[in-house]
Design a protein around this ligand. Structure first.
Ligand code: GLY
Length: 249
């Protein structure tokens, strides 16, 4: 069931996307990137933290010298520079320096905001993405678009900033409202229309198991989607041309 995809830039492997059914392999993946001298700040929102913050903290704390957490209220209203400032303040108080790491545990808002804070704190520290919504798994956690909304303008301030790795635990979808799963499926289906006709056929042939959230079918959907997105962003990291097709729909 475990699957891996590598995102390349300039034909060099840059980071891996790991798809698993739980967090049991997270320590092995983290230990490839960090050592006991690092500190990690887990950034999450109030909805996700109550389900997964404790488990992820337990895993990460065995890999590094210190784990702190920063949790903000769930929702798009939090995707702003005030929350980023609060996160900077937390990192300064916890004495985070350039070798320390942010870990985004949540959906698109958490991933985008954490990625942006990582891109700008001390001119850039490492970031790890642990997406917990289907939309974040199939789209926003991959490709390095980070940012926040500004005075009513969506994603107006941001940076292209790549994570160290993306680790997808498909089991987190079990706590996601079905409406949000459906939004992720719609996004995934888009790759079928614009990039991968075989994936479109897979979608049509397996509609009922996908809709029923059969774990193998969902795993396949995430794999096909991440592979399609990785192919596009590997060719056009900063949306100078081809990547714009991902904005379709
Ligand atoms: N969500 C579109 C992109 O990442 O380019």
């Amino acid at each position: 069931m475990s699957k891996q995809i590598t995102v390349h830039y300039d034909n060099q492997p840059i980071y891996d996307i790991t798809i698993e059914k739980d967090y049991s392999n997270l320590d092995t993946v983290i230990k490839k990137q960090v050592t006991a001298e690092h500190k990690v700040c887990i950034v999450s929102d109030s909805s996700v933290a109550k389900h997964y913050l404790e488990d992820v903290t337990e895993i990460v704390k065995d890999c590094v010298s210190k784990v702190t957490s920063f949790v903000f209220p769930a929702g798009e209203e939090s995707k702003n520079l005030n929350v980023v400032e609060d996160l900077y303040e937390h990192l300064i108080k916890e004495k985070f320096d350039r070798k320390d790491i942010l870990l985004a545990l949540g959906g698109g808002v958490v991933g985008d905001l954490t990625g942006f804070a990582a891109a700008t704190y001390l001119r850039g520290i490492k970031v790890i993405q642990l997406p917990t919504t289907l939309l974040a798994m199939v789209d926003s956690s991959v490709g390095g678009k980070t940012g926040v909304d500004f005075r009513g303008y969506k994603n107006m301030v941001g940076a292209f900033y790549q994570p160290e790795f993306v680790y997808i635990n498909t089991d987190t979808l079990n706590t996601l409202p079905y409406r949000e799963v459906a939004a992720g499926l719609a996004e995934a289906l888009k790759y079928g229309y614009i990039i991968d006709k075989d994936f479109l056929k897979y979608f049509e042939d397996n509609k009922s198991s996908i809709k029923a959230l059969d774990s193998q079918a969902i795993n396949d959907v995430i794999y096909f989607s991440c592979k399609a997105k990785a192919d596009v962003v590997s060719q056009d990291e900063k949306e100078m041309g081809l990547r714009a097709i991902l904005n379709f729909g």
